[in-house]
Design a protein around this ligand. Structure first.
Ligand SMILES: [Zn+2]
Length: 277
């Protein structure tokens, strides 16, 4: 909120007693099991005693609670993210690229949404001046058109669509994960630069919810063409898993997925331990 806007705010009593007075207090609350002290404010009518808050006040209080909580559990606050990002002269988009997440995530975290522990870790690395790096991207710059290109290559070998709008990339992500991991193991470089998280239903593109729309829209012609070796890897995977379910089941047997806690990044440094292929 801007200072000038805060000063302009005022509220009249709904019962017609004219201007209400601003009262600022501090409250101790328990949020997600953590005790935090939050400064709150509301308007009070001196005639009838009614109390009310503006939409802006409510939004400020919500952000204050989120930030107090983040400070308490050692997560970066929204302001800290903004400040560190600006110190690096990074735009929200630049930071999103560095972290392989959608710009919507950056906006939410800066605006007050609480990031997960693993995303906080990725934020700290990205804001420390380096990209999240080799173990998360497999030595290749993240590229959405490349994801589309690899998906299309699978679809052409498999003879069916694996990228569907409302299936949470359930199967497409498994093929992509195998392609990236096997390419990393055998060529030292992933195919798409994507980062994968260990989710209950298998390895998944990190932050796929923010990426899916862009992947659907992406033009594969904008990506670097696949090398002969990459094409061979895709063909081998498609040949081994002709049915989507097979890729899904195989991924669930991989110990490099099993050993990660829910939501953690599966590092490319584990690619040597892939057993399905
Ligand atoms: Zn009143």
């Amino acid at each position: 909120m801007r200072e000038d806007k805060m000063k302009e705010e005022r509220m009249d009593c709904p019962s017609g007693h004219r201007k209400m007075i601003l009262r600022k207090t501090k409250k101790t609350i328990t949020f997600r099991g953590v005790k935090i002290i939050v400064p709150t404010e509301h308007y009070r009518c001196t005639t009838c005693g009614i109390e009310a808050g503006t939409v802006e006040q409510t939004a400020r209080i919500q952000k204050t609670i989120a930030d107090a909580y983040r400070r308490e559990v050692n997560l970066l606050t929204g302001d800290e993210i903004v400040e560190k990002r600006k110190r690096l002269s990074l735009t929200q988009e630049g930071l999103a690229k560095r972290m392989n997440v959608g710009i919507a995530s950056i906006k939410r975290w800066e605006g007050g949404t609480i990031q997960s522990k693993s995303m906080d870790h990725a934020l700290r690395i990205a804001l420390g001046g380096q990209s999240v790096g080799d173990s998360c991207t497999g030595n290749r710059a993240f590229s959405i058109p490349r994801i589309k290109l690899v998906v299309k290559a699978f679809e052409s070998v498999l003879g069916k669509h694996i990228l569907k709008k409302n299936d949470k990339m359930l199967f497409a992500a498994k093929y992509l994960w195998y392609a990236d991991m096997v390419a990393h193991r055998e060529t030292g470089e992933s195919m798409t630069g994507a980062t994968y998280a260990a989710l209950p239903y298998g390895p998944q593109l990190n932050n796929y919810k923010d990426l899916i729309e862009d992947i659907m829209k992406a033009a594969e012609s904008k990506a670097d063409a696949l090398s002969p070796e990459e094409k061979r890897i895709i063909a081998r995977i498609a040949f081994k898993f002709p049915e989507e379910r097979m890729a899904y089941d195989a991924a669930h047997k991989e110990k490099i997925w099993k050993k990660q806690p829910n939501g953690a990044i599966i590092p490319y440094t584990d690619s040597a331990d892939i057993t399905g292929l």
